[in-house]
Design a protein around this ligand. Structure first.
Ligand code: PEP
Ligand code: MG
Length: 575
């Protein structure tokens, strides 16, 4: 049956294809009602799956080596008994019969009831059996669904495969990059969550914050993702499909037209040159940056090299090889390498539990690096070594205190000494810049500009911290507002402070890649934009059509406006 879900549009375009469900836990299953005449078939499906697991357990038991401790066989027997317990074997059948639940739904509903009983047990030994019950049910669910449960189970994808998940961690998104998918939808997430940022980089349509998609959609169901409107259409009619196919073709034509802008110099109508840089996550992204004619890399998020490694971090050599690959690919164009920005929503492994109650305010980014000087030194040496092969700039994330700049500089000097001792070359004049993404930094620019060679405004975090909005929380995503007067003032002040001090200022947060905000940023005096390559040509198109004097006049009015409605009205007139 066709239905539509509304969420947050995070990456533009239209994708049409079949659902590939991805579960972050094995207990995340699709819920649907079956027809009355399907009841017996559904019960058989459940019984068959249980029988298969029972057989599996028997065969594991018979394959146990002679010398195995007797507890092993006892455990397997326990698992078989759990499966045969009426609570788990008969009750789910009743749910299928009475409520017409699908088998997976019936089984997980009953599991929840069983788990609740275990949680009430005072006896520790019995309470521990909860894990056994969960393991057994997980086995049955695997047999029932027969689909990929986690990313690593997916061999490969193709453009007609659309990912449906409850949530996707940035570390999992990296695995996404190595495969081909047409688009994705998630129940959680927001515009600047890192998964959304990666989707925009991949240039595939994505809608997040859908609430319940992962439970409602079935494996292989036909979907349309409308990444412009933030809409997901499930099982569309032929008429709707045809309409979207037409829109898809129009978008492809518009895309092809944009490509013609690649070789044009980026100048406004009044001849002001503008620098458009690329944000990258992995060395392979340079190809895209090159395709759209980026003038360099404005933000290389090195943390992605550190993800999904089960605790084993890349050493200096591995990092050097990656940074060098980027420097060589950019062939003389500057590469801004940001030091490790780990923590909060960018955990090293997707299954790593958050250790702080408020990780976004915890030991992340530069704070983490300064607390782990040996690890940080290895990265600094790798970056310095890459600087011997082309123009490299080093960017420090999450600065709030000038001491953090001073301490980083001490470590950079130490890294230089270590390289000198090994007779390894580096650029002694490598510029050192800082991210302005914490309000405290934007409000203490006088002391920051004295110590830095350039600034880069990270609007994603600047908005998160100024408006107290968790950037990855879909529940508050509607409050995440790049044109909030407070944000515009902080951005304007930072650009002005850089100009006064004679140091370059760029914006590398998602604001820079939003073509609807390009004129406003030009009007605030911005001359360097860094964004995902996929966004670069549409921003370039805006720049080519803009006049900085007009942009400045209206931007001033926007800054003076205190009412959000007036800000929006003025922004519309500017565009
Ligand atoms: C930002 O915060 O705007 C930024 C560019 O960094 P990240 O999105 O990686 O936190
Ligand atoms: Mg940031």
């Amino acid at each position: 049956m066709a239905f539509t879900l509304h969420g947050i549009a995070v990456s533009r375009g239209i994708a049409i294809g079949r659902a590939q469900l991805i579960a972050s836990t094995s207990f995340e299953v699709t819920h649907y009602m079956i027809e009355p005449d399907q009841v017996e078939r559904e019960i058989r499906r459940l019984d068959d799956a249980v029988a298969e697991v029972v057989n599996e357990l028997y065969s594991v038991e018979s394959d146990l080596p002679e010398e195995s401790p007797p507890e092993f066989a006892a455990l397997l027997e326990l698992h078989r008994l759990i499966l045969q317990d009426p609570l788990l074997s008969e009750e789910p059948q009743e749910l299928i019969r009475a409520r017409h639940y699908n088998a997976e739904w019936a089984l997980t509903t009953q599991l929840q009831a069983a788990v609740a009983q275990f949680d009430e047990m005072a006896d520790e030994y019995i309470a521990e059996r909860r894990a056994d019950v969960e393991q057994v049910i997980e086995r049955v669910l695997k047999v029932l669904t027969g689909t990929a449960r986690v990313f690593s189970d997916l061999a490969t994808g193709h453009e007609g495969t659309l990912i449906v998940a409850h949530d996707i961690a940035p570390a999992d998104m990296m695995q996404f990059k190595q495969r081909l998918f047409g688009g994705f939808v998630t129940d959680l997430g927001s515009t600047t969550s890192h998964s959304a940022i990666v989707a925009r980089g991949l240039d595939i349509p994505a809608v997040v914050g859908l609430g319940n998609a992962a439970r409602l959609i079935r494996q292989d169901e036909l979907l349309i993702i409308d990444g412009d409107a933030g809409v997901l259409i499930v099982d569309p009619s032929e008429i709707v499909l045809e309409e979207y196919r037409l829109r898809q073709r129009d978008l492809e034509l518009a895309h092809a037209k944009l490509k013609r802008l690649r070789h044009m110099p980026t100048r406004t109508l009044d001849e002001v040159p503008i620098d458009l840089w690329a944000n990258i996550e992995l060395p392979g992204d340079c190809e895209l940056a090159d395709e759209v004619g980026a003038m360099g890399v404005g933000l290389y998020r090195t943390e992605f090299l550190f993800m999904n490694r089960q605790g084993e971090l890349p050493d200096e050599e591995e990092q050097f090889a990656a940074y060098l690959q980027v420097v060589k690919a950019m062939d003389g164009r500057p590469v801004t390498i940001r030091t490790l920005d780990i923590g909060a929503d960018k955990m090293l492994d997707s299954d790593m539990p958050p250790t702080a109650s408020n990780p976004a305010l915890g030991l992340r980014a530069i704070r983490y690096c300064l607390a782990e000087p040996q690890m940080f030194l290895a990265q600094l040496r790798a970056i310095l070594r890459a600087s011997a092969f082309g123009p490299v700039k080093l960017l420090i994330p999450m600065l709030a205190h000038v001491d953090e700049i001073e301490q980083t500089k001490v470590l950079i000097e130490q890294a230089r000494e270590q390289l000198r001792a090994r007779a390894l070359a580096f650029d002694a004049a490598m510029p050192i810049g800082g991210m302005i993404e914490i309000p405290a930094a934007a409000l203490s620019l006088t002391s920051f500009v004295k110590r830095l060679d350039f600034l880069s405004i990270g609007t994603n975090d600047l908005i998160q911290y100024t408006l107290a909005i968790d950037r990855s929380d879909s529940a508050v995503a509607h409050l995440y507002d790049p044109i909030h007067p407070a944000i515009l003032h902080l951005v304007a002040q930072t650009i002005a402070a850089g100009a006064r001090a004679g140091i370059p200022v760029s914006v590398c947060g998602e604001m820079a890649g939003d073509a609807r905000l390009a004129r406003l940023l030009l009007g605030l005096g911005l001359r360097q934009f860094s964004m995902h390559p996929a966004q670069l040509l549409s921003v370039k198109q805006e720049v080519l059509r803009s006049d900085t004097t007009r942009c400045r006049t209206i931007a001033r009015k926007i800054l003076a406006a205190s009412e959000p409605a007036r800000v929006r009205m003025l922004l519309e007139s500017l565009n």
